[in-house]
Write a protein that binds this ligand. Sequence first.
Ligand SMILES: C[S@@+](CC[C@H](N)C(=O)[O-])C[C@H]1O[C@@H](n2cnc3c(N)ncnc32)[C@H](O)[C@@H]1O
Length: 284
Amino acid sequence: MKLILHRPVLVDEVLSFIRDGIWVDATLGTGGHTDAILTRFDEVFVYGIDRDRESLEIAKKRLGKFRDRVEFICDNFSNLEKLVSEPVRGVLFDIGLSSFQLDDARRGFSYRFDGPLDMRMDRRNGLPLQRRLRHLTRTQMEKILRNYGEERRARKIARKIYGLRDKIETTGDLRDLAGKDPRTLSRVFQAFRIFINDELKNLKEGLFSALSILEEGGRIIVISYHSLEDRIVKQFFKENDSLVALTKRPIRPSEEEIASNPRARSAKMRVAEKIDDLRLTIDN
Ligand SMILES: C[S@@+](CC[C@H](N)C(=O)[O-])C[C@H]1O[C@@H](n2cnc3c(N)ncnc32)[C@H](O)[C@@H]1O
């Protein structure tokens, strides 16, 4: 099978916010961002975290050349403060899925490929979507589609899926029930993916956890790919007195980057810095 490595987005923009020190790449994926960071900065050490073991194995091979400047951890970034026990200079989140996951039919993430309807990032835990669907009520399905997919036809689609839930086994089965419009299909698949991986809750917990291990002057960099995630990040930066946003508006990929990597199109990057406790006391 041909290995599809993920093309990291906004690499130069990420690099411009990195400073020497200990960093966490909370979404290591196949290691694209960390490769660029360790290549550019000799004085950086990275804890590379991903809940997807297969991605982590690829990253290990790719980053082997950096030997003692990187440590690999297979876990959920919501556990960050338990996984990293020293203060860090920064945490990078590049939320969502990599092309490595999306383009692998066996993972069941994409309506474009036929495969088992799994959708778990961490296949060691939980049940595949195909099994979870059997235990959801019609109302729960509708809520998932509305809240996580922002799908206007949520009720109608939920009714169809609910009616045939015991027969749904593959991505193709779900696709046939969701209709033909690629935008609807994207929203339906996104909604169930967010649900099965508990993505929004993990993001909220991950951000809190990141803040708790950040040293003064440390940075949180977040790249997100849809409005639900971006809203959480924006709100988190705004509500925490110990953080100042370094990006007033989110940074978007250039037209050139989008042309050469269409998956970058929806990316939005926000960065915040932890201000020191002394400044906090004086300001208040
Ligand atoms: C967009 S990809 C990151 C790609 C990476 N920056 C690169 O350059 O290869 C997102 C990665 O985050 C991982 N991920 C998503 N949610 C996670 C979570 N809660 N904990 C740990 N890893 C997570 C996914 O498994 C996926 O590999």
